[in-house]
Design a protein around this ligand. Structure first.
Ligand code: NI
Ligand code: MN
Length: 228
C-alpha cells in the first residue's frame, strides 16, 4: 500500500501508512499557512526534530488528546514528561535507530540549535531517516548543508524532504548541493513560505532541481498530499 504524505505547512508533515498516522513536527495553531487544527488532527505517533517553538508548540496538546507516542531526542522526551506529563515517549539520540510498529526510525544529525520554549536545553537538533514498507524517507528537518548527507544517502533514499526557506535553515541553493549528496529519487521542499523572511519561489527551486540533479521535485501546498 502506498504511503501518503501530507504537508501540514512549515516543517510539519503527516505520514499515513496502511495502519498508522505519524506526524512530524506538527505546527498548526500559530502557523499562518496551516490548514489542519491541533484540536482535530489524527496521530498515532509524533516525531519531534528539535525543541524550537515552530516544531514543538502543538505537540503536548496533540499527544494528550490522541494518546500518540512521541519520538524525540532524550532531552525533549524528558522535558515533555516533566513539563507536560506526556508519558511513554521514546527518547533516542543521534545515530540511533528503533523498530516501531509502522517501520524503522533512525535519528540523523542536523546543524541547527534546539532551545525549548521555556529556555530549557533541548539536546541536539535532529533529522529522521524512516524506513516504511521498504521505502526510505529522509527528513532533514531544520539544518544547514553538511557533507555527511552523502553517508545518509548511501543507503538509497526514495524521498528526501529538505528545508529551503533560508535564514533559519539551508536555502534553495544549498538544498541543490544537499540533493547532489543525498541522491534521492524524489525530493520535496519544506520550512518555507510560512512568513515573509522565509518566502521562496518553489517553482524556481523545482526547475533548479531538474536542471542540476537527477531527483524528481514534488511541490505541494499546505494541506495537499502525494503518495510514495
Ligand atoms: Ni528550528
Ligand atoms: Mn524551524
Amino acid at each position: 500500500m502506498a504511503i501518503k504524505l501530507t504537508w501540514l505547512g512549515h516543517g510539519g508533515w503527516s505520514i499515513q501508512t496502511a495502519d498508522h498516522t505519524i506526524l512530524l513536527d506538527p505546527f498548526l495553531t500559530e502557523c499562518p499557512t496551516a490548514t489542519e487544527s491541533a484540536d482535530s488532527i489524527a496521530a498515532d505517533f509524533i516525531l519531534v526534530s528539535h525543541g524550537h517553538f515552530d516544531h514543538i508548540a502543538d505537540v503536548p496538546a496533540i499527544a494528550k488528546r490522541t494518546g500518540a507516542q512521541v519520538i524525540a531526542i532524550y532531552e525533549i522526551a524528558q522535558w515533555l514528561e516533566k513539563n507536560h506529563q506526556i508519558e511513554g515517549s521514546i527518547g533516542m539520540n543521534i545515530g540511533g535507530g528503533i523498530a516501531m510498529p509502522f517501520g524503522h526510525v533512525k535519528m540523523t544529525p542536523a546543524f541547527h540549535s534546539s532551545q525549548l520554549p521555556d529556555g530549557s536545553y533541548g539536546g541536539e537538533p535532529a533529522g529522521f531517516l524512516l524506513t516504511i514498507d521498504g521505502k526510505r524517507i529522509y527528513f532533514a528537518c531544520d539544518t544547514g548543508l553538511f557533507g555527511d548527507m552523502e553517508l545518509i544517502g548511501a543507503v538509497g533514499i526514495d524521498l528526501a524532504v529538505l528545508p529551503i526557506g533560508d535564514l533559519f535553515t539551508m536555502g534553495p541553493g544549498d538544498s541543490i548541493a544537499a540533493i547532489q549528496l543525498l541522491k534521492p529519487k524524489k525530493v520535496a521542499p519544506a520550512h518555507y513560505a510560512t512568513w515573509p523572511p522565509i518566502a521562496q519561489d518553489a517553482d524556481a527551486w523545482a526547475s533548479s532541481v531538474k536542471e542540476f540533479t537527477s531527483a524528481e521535485p514534488i511541490v505541494v501546498q499546505p494541506g495537499e498530499s502525494f503518495e510514495l
